[in-house]
Design a protein around this ligand. Structure first.
Ligand code: SAM
Length: 208
């Protein structure tokens, strides 16, 4: 990734998301993150927009983030929030945790960006304890045959460069199922206040 993705994108991330957060994402974060309990790992935590939503049922919070510029912003948001959490620089494809270390894994707007989706989901399953849960809010591929799907495919490459490696047309829910999770709930949503190619969202909960 070049200068834009490594330096500019982390700086502009919160302002770029401002409208989308206000219009809907903040409420979806609260809904997903509010179900976290026990020992919790958040993957690709970015600038820490979920931090404020963790409930008191969380015993331990680990925030993983591989990008140094994002991790620094995450640490400063964490310090301002007064939340107790540990920041770990790690990609989801190689999580530096023992098997069964967490009761909940939280991922928001991150499975679109991980380099290797299958491997990331295998790692998430590995670090979850028996009966552990994956809580997710992800933007996903539009329905096959729609004009929006056509635009997602056409604009995939420029979007990938602009959004620091984000794939706007990923089939994330089928991948979660293929990885062996049981999808307990999943609902379609629309992310208002952002470009239409990243508007189709899913919010849900899957267990191991
Ligand atoms: C679109 S941002 C989402 C940030 C945050 N989860 C949120 O909801 O605002 C994608 C994040 O995934 C991180 N990321 C990129 N590759 C990753 C990987 N292989 N594993 C984990 N996180 C990754 C990026 O550094 C970035 O912070």
């Amino acid at each position: 990734m070049g200068f834009w993705a490594q330096r500019v994108f982390p700086l502009t991330y919160d302002p770029l998301l401002w409208l989308g957060e206000r219009r809907c994402m903040r409420a979806l974060r609260a809904e997903a993150v509010g179900q976290a309990h026990g020992r919790v790992l958040e993957i690709g935590a970015g600038t820490g927009l979920n931090v404020r939503h963790y409930p008191p049922s969380v015993d331990e919070l680990v925030l993983s983030e591989p990008d140094e510029a994002m991790a620094l912003r995450l640490e400063s948001r964490l310090a301002r929030s007064g939340m107790q959490a540990r920041v770990v620089r790690a990609a989801t494809e190689e999580l530096p945790f023992a098997d069964g270390s967490f009761d909940s894994v939280v991922g928001t707007l991150v499975l679109c960006t991980v380099r290797d989706l299958e491997r990331s989901l295998t790692e998430i399953r590995r670090v979850l304890a028996p009966r552990g849960q994956l809580l997710f809010v992800e933007h996903v591929c539009a329905q096959a045959g729609t004009r929006l799907k056509g635009w997602q495919d056409r604009l995939h490459d420029p979007w990938w460069r602009f959004a620091a490696g984000c794939h706007c047309n990923r089939q994330t829910l089928p991948a979660i199922q293929r990885a062996g999770f049981v999808v307990e709930s999943a609902r379609d949503e629309r992310w208002r206040g952002v470009p239409s190619i990243v508007r189709p969202l899913i919010i849900g909960r899957a267990t191991v």
